[in-house]
Design a protein around this ligand. Structure first.
Ligand code: BYC
Length: 483
């Protein structure tokens, strides 16, 4: 991959030190600044990326074009040599700002002065999540359930690294010195560090085992999808174009999460059916993850991910929208005036210690709306999961907890709400918390199952094999080479 791939704007120039399709070589100052950031990125990867992996050869996909059909090239790569680069979808010259006060103006190719600090803040917040997730997952390779899964987590990790590049390009290209300082700081914060943590709470939680990883990829990467979709509507065209390409990569991460949890459920339900057991202790004794534990992980990951949408009522979100900076999910497909000045939105809130239904100005409820769009997709995923116990005759269904359950941000923060939506006293909630959230014992048990399985075609006992391999290859393929 040493030449320019054909096809004008779709092309990615791999002959450059930083692969790109933004004609980086025509802006020498920018190119130099990014070439200075590049070794700092590689140092960060060595320090906090997947441990002990620099010599492994991993069967990875690399973007060769931003064209919808065939952008991926598969081959063995040593991860520090992965070609991280800058890829934006092609510019549509006729694109306009599609919502808010500037609706109808040509989409901005430069940052409007009045929105400079707000846009920078949004881009930094998005950018900060990407390295954070790599840091959260850095030890998981040591306990992978198969080579197939090992390759998948590394694919996710290198692509999150590329998503960091995507935001860093915007910071360097459009925000001058402040942008360069923010890009540097993105490599300095660390997930879970008490002195210099990542910005959003969920990105400081531990991802200590593979069940947590699949849950994270299902629940939290899907927040990524919804936030990126909202930013892909931005009037600031370079942000919209980079988010559009990031979304194509995000889809595979969510697949890994959804199919990962499905395979855990499949294996547990098969063992329960074949061995005729349902008691959690007996299920655990057979070396698979009991269904109650799976439900508690769902409760945890869903609730911490809801916090990532910010407060349900948010003047920030209203201002982002009015300014044309961050739209709604599928903004241009929605049929209304795209200004929301007179619109209302129905949502739940807390009043005098009770959960009440309320109608509020739609402009202030945009975080709640995006969260509701997200929950609809999550619920559809749970319905797919629930076909597994149903088919195997196991009377269990995974359920989403009430949106107020275990919240630290927004209307419900500070209240004690059970998964079925009862408002409780602090004492009563605490007494029952271990039924609802993974306990230390649950973590210990799940972690006791984790052991590195690296024989091609073999899978750990607690997870079913996937339906098919990567890129049409068999499950026995050597997805990671250790030599
Ligand atoms: N933790 O009005 P509010 C992804 C702060 S995931 C800590 O409620 P707003 C990925 C907030 O910053 C997607 N602090 O919220 C997935 C604000 O502080 P300031 C990431 C929080 O601003 C897997 C204050 O509280 N992308 O890509 O309407 C793997 C009041 O804010 C939190 C984005 O998030 C929190 N959870 O919305 C890899 C998109 N929530 O400014 C990657 C960009 C809020 O008053 N970000 N705060 O000091 C945004 O659009 C908004 O910042 C948020 C918050 C939606 C996050």
């Amino acid at each position: 991959m040493s030449e320019v791939i054909e096809g004008t704007q779709q092309a990615i120039d791999y002959s450059q030190r930083i692969p790109n399709n933004v004609e980086l070589s025509s802006d020498k100052a920018l190119q130099r600044a990014l070439e200075l950031w590049q070794p700092a990125f590689l140092d960060w990867w060595k320090d906090t990326g997947p441990v002990d992996t620099s010599k492994l050869q991993v069967y990875l996909r690399t973007a060769v074009s931003v064209d919808k059909g065939g952008w991926a090239n598969f081959g063995y790569v040593r991860m520090p040599e992965y070609r991280w680069g800058i890829f934006l979808t092609p510019r549509d010259e006729s694109r306009t700002v599609n919502f808010g006060d500037h609706k109808g103006e040509p989409a901005w190719q430069e940052v409007p002065g009045e929105y400079r600090s707000t846009l920078r803040r949004i881009i930094v917040t998005q950018g900060d999540t990407e390295p954070a997730s790599v840091e959260q997952q850095r030890l998981l390779g040591m306990t992978c359930p198969s080579l197939y899964d090992l390759r998948n987590i590394f694919q996710v990790n290198v692509e999150e690294g590329r998503h960091l590049w995507a935001m860093v390009y915007l910071l360097h290209r459009y925000f001058g010195r402040d942008g360069r300082e923010e890009a540097k700081a993105l490599l300095e914060r660390r997930s879970g560090d008490s002195n210099n943590p990542r910005i959003l709470t969920a990105f400081n939680e531990r991802t200590g085992n593979w069940l947590a990883f699949y849950m994270f990829a299902f629940f939290t990467d899907r927040d990524g999808k919804f936030q990126l979709s909202a930013l892909a509507e931005s009037g600031f065209d370079p942000l919209a174009r980079t988010c559009k390409f990031m979304l194509t990569e995000e889809a595979h991460h969510m697949f890994i999460g959804e199919s990962g949890v499905a395979r855990v459920l499949q294996r547990t339900c098969e063992v329960m059916r074949d061995q005729k057991v349902s008691d959690p202790a007996q299920v655990r004794a057979l070396g698979v993850i009991d269904l109650g534990t799976i439900q508690r992980f769902v409760n945890f990951h869903y609730s911490v991910t809801l916090d990532l949408f910010g407060a349900e009522i948010s003047s920030n979100a209203g201002n982002f929208y009015t300014g044309g900076l961050k739209g709604r999910f599928e903004e241009t497909k929605l049929e209304d005036d795209h200004s929301l000045g007179n619109d209302q939105y129905k949502m739940q809130d807390m009043e005098d210690g009770h959960i009440v239904n309320k109608t509020v100005p739609a402009l202030t409820a945009l975080n709640a709306r995006l969260r509701d769009d997200y929950t609809r997709e999550i619920q559809a995923g749970l319905s797919r999961w629930n076909q597994i116990p149903e088919k195997l005759g196991i009377p269990f269904r995974v359920k989403l907890p009430h949106p107020g359950f275990h919240r630290k941000i927004g209307n419900f923060a500070g209240h004690h709400i059970s998964p079925d939506g009862q408002v409780l006293s602090a004492a009563s909630w605490k007494e029952q918390a271990s039924n609802w959230l993974p306990s230390d014992d649950d973590h210990r048990f799940v972690e006791s199952l984790m052991g590195q399985v690296i024989e091609p075609g073999k899978f750990a006992n607690w997870i079913a094999p996937p339906a098919r391999g990567i890129n049409g290859l068999p499950l026995e393929f050597e997805y990671v080479r250790f030599d």
